[in-house]
Structures are given as C-alpha cells and as structure tokens.
Design a protein around this ligand. Sequence first.
Ligand code: FES
Length: 313
Amino acid sequence: MSLTLTITDLVDANARIRVLSLAHPSGAPLPLWDAGAHVRVDLGPTGSRAYSLIRWPGDTAPVWHIAVQREDAGDGGSRAMHAFGVGDTIRTDAPKNDFALGDHAGPALLIAGGIGITPLISMATDLAAAGRDFRLVFAARSRAAMAFGDSLVAAFGDRVTLAFDDEAPLDLPALIAGTAPATHLYICGPRGMIDAARAGAGHAGFPAAQVHVELFSNPAREAGDRPFEVELASTGAVFTVPPGRSIIEVLEEGGVDLVYDCQRGDCGICQTDVISGTPDHRDVVLSDAERAAGRVMQICVSRAKSDRLVLDL
Ligand code: FES
C-alpha cells in the first residue's frame, strides 16, 4: 500500500536532526502501528529511505512523526528530506515492523545510539503506558549531538540514563552484565554499537531470543569502497557494483527479481548464498562464525573484498 501524505510540521531537534510530521491530506486516520515500526519514504531517483515512527506519551492526533538526520557526506537522501517544506507531499509505504517489543512479560532494557533513539522513544511510550518495567539508556557523541534527551527525561524520569562519549562513554558490556537475566534487550544504533551490545549480551549469557536489534541508518559508503563484480550462478551474467551503490540496486536495475525488505542489513530477508569470492559483511544479522565462513551474505549492504562474487542467484 502506498500513501501520499502532507508534511504538516517541521521541527529541528538539533542542528542536524529534523522532525517531520505527516498527515493524510484529508485528515483521515493513518494506518495503526506498533512501537518499533518504520515507514519507507520514496525519494524518486535517490531511492527510498526507512524511518522509524515516533510516538510520545499523549500523542493522539492522526499524524506520524519521523526524524531525519542530515548526512552532508551522504548520497543526498537525507538532504532531500531536509529540503521539504510544510505543505509538501511525500509518498510512503505502510508501516512495517522488524523490531517489535513482543509479548514477553520480562523487563526491557532499551539501548540507543544517536539517531537510533527514534524507535525506542515509541517503545518507552508504549511500555510506560502498559505499566511495564523498562529502562532506557541513550548515548550520543556529545550533548550538542544528542536530540530528544531532555524530552525523554521529562517524559520518563529516572528510567532514562543519558551518556555522552566526550564526557563518560557508555560501558555497554558492564551495563549488560549488570542487567537481570529475564530482561529483553532492544538495541538501535550504529553497527559498532550493535556488534558490541550483541557481544556483551552473548558474554553475559542472554539467549539470542532476548536480544533485539535494529541498525539505524541507511547503508553508508565507507572510505576505501571500490567497484567489484557480481556473477549470477544461474545465468553467468556479470554486473559491476560501484562504490555508493548496493548489489540489490545494481541487480534490480539489470532486471533481476530479488526478495528483500529493510535494505539496511538488519532483517536478513535478502540473505544470499555465496558460491565463490569473499564478502565484506556490513550487516548486523550474521554471527561472527557466519561472517568468517563467508558462505552467505546480505546483499542489501554487504560488498566484496574480492574482485568478484559468484552468488547463488
Ligand atoms: S533487506 Fe534486510 S538485511 Fe537485506
């Protein structure tokens, strides 16, 4: 389902993060969603971008809120989002949720890094409304880089802990090691934070079913990225994937039918068998052992260390 929505409000949460409010042009209700859901905004030639929906205590209007961090060195998607004005229309799909709270009865520890706070705002809101036990730990590079910190403390009081890398960095392993065993962990932030939290959770003995992650940020180009070739085992067709483009984008443009969802390396739907070549894994789906084995990869974000990958497609 595709929706055309009107931007009804724009609020800068800090120097780089802007909150967009979206409503149906007629004021009609919007599809319901659960905490952790995201919508994908269609940006035409720039592709599409996923943004988590934000719900604060007391939000009742038929309006969605998303927050966009401007990435000046990025591929232009966030700058395009920041260029919208009140009254402009944008197209989105219906909300999807790969990061749901679930029905367990245990306490929740919400851990956010940077703009990864957005789905966890909604989780904190829903957990508080349900009277469930939770704690929210939110880290940012500095006070200036943190958005929503004061609002979170105002809304959720001493259930919120804020951490600043340039003052007293968050000690994730210690935090997780000191958490009650029945707790479910929800982590959203950059890849390094998710990898560290997962390692800490494994070390502390949390079963994987109690560790829920979402990689915030759309795939980023990394220094040193270079072109590589992808060969399809079924046809022998060869495609070149340049820096700044994903395997999925290049193959789809070439008419290959693919199955995928998040396009940021955290849902696992695009996982593809690797027949030869060495993947450069950039997802948060695979275990260390799977990454080292190199037999599967997430083709929405991962690239190649070898000149060519032969994929089971
Ligand atoms: S589409 Fe979700 S991991 Fe690739």
